[in-house]
Write a protein that binds this ligand. Sequence first.
Ligand code: PBG
Length: 323
Amino acid sequence: MFPVHRPRRLRGSETLRRMLRETILTVDDLIYPMFVTFGSGVKKPISSMPGSFQESVDEIVKSTREVFSLGIPAIVLFGIPEEKDDIGSGAYDPHGVVQEAVKAIKDSTPELVVITDVCMCEYTSHGHCGIVQDGDVHNDATVELLQKEAVSHAKAGADMVAPSDMMDGRVMAIREALDDEGFSGIPIMSYAAKYASSFYGPFREAAESTPRFGDRRSYQMDPANRREALKEVALDVEEGADIVMVKPALAYLDVIAEVKASFDLPVAAYNVSGEYSLVKAAARFGWVDHDGVMMEMLTSIKRAGADIILTYFAPEAARFLNG
Ligand code: PBG
């Protein structure tokens, strides 16, 4: 108690603060989400996410070299196919945009960890994350397509797959499909607790995946639920997930902390598009200091318990950390 205890004693100099810092964010913690599209020579800025692009395979290969040279260990790839249909054929096409990008990136930067997003929403004409029957996404029919999609990514050379659809049972189904095809060494990072969030707004422009009707609340989680997140994570762990993810990150730091405390495997958090674009917009108005807010957000996600962070800030944060 004061005057015996004066916590300010330990904050007196930068060196002391550095020595006593509890949470250290490093470039090794970061995964950079990227968008690959069809064509060549395409590098199209995403207006709702300043600094992010839709890139054709030839361009994304160049960008990933730069990403790896910044020390960022991994990317996660999202595809924007030339054509969409109601069964999302582009998702499991052996020559789809993601499959071609994976091959080209692994050829040019073999050490970069290439993770693929496994979901149907970018490939379906209706924009939902699976097969629609009677106005809703049919769980088990969708899971079969996710198995094909994951296997096609592994065949292309993906180092890890990340299902983001929120269908029940898909982690086990994907694990079995990968194992059957000889990919028992490919880890699954599951979007285990993924909420039906308004923070995905800018991403849906980036991935051109806005649902044509309805919303995703029959498969993504209700933002008010925490106990249910632990159940979702427990199921994915039982089904064989290697890394579990909480998404979004900032409005769900309590969920990240609880998942970290309850499970014995790496926890990822997705610092989503809305969290990113809010900072970009406010910084543009001069209302917040961009780098200060960026680093504080990323540090808070790690402090909450995330071992790895998926973030569109990855290159900027890497440059900041590399000084
Ligand atoms: C696809 C998917 C989404 C995001 C990642 N994978 C969108 C959604 O579920 O609507 C969101 C990423 C972001 O907002 O940064 N299912």
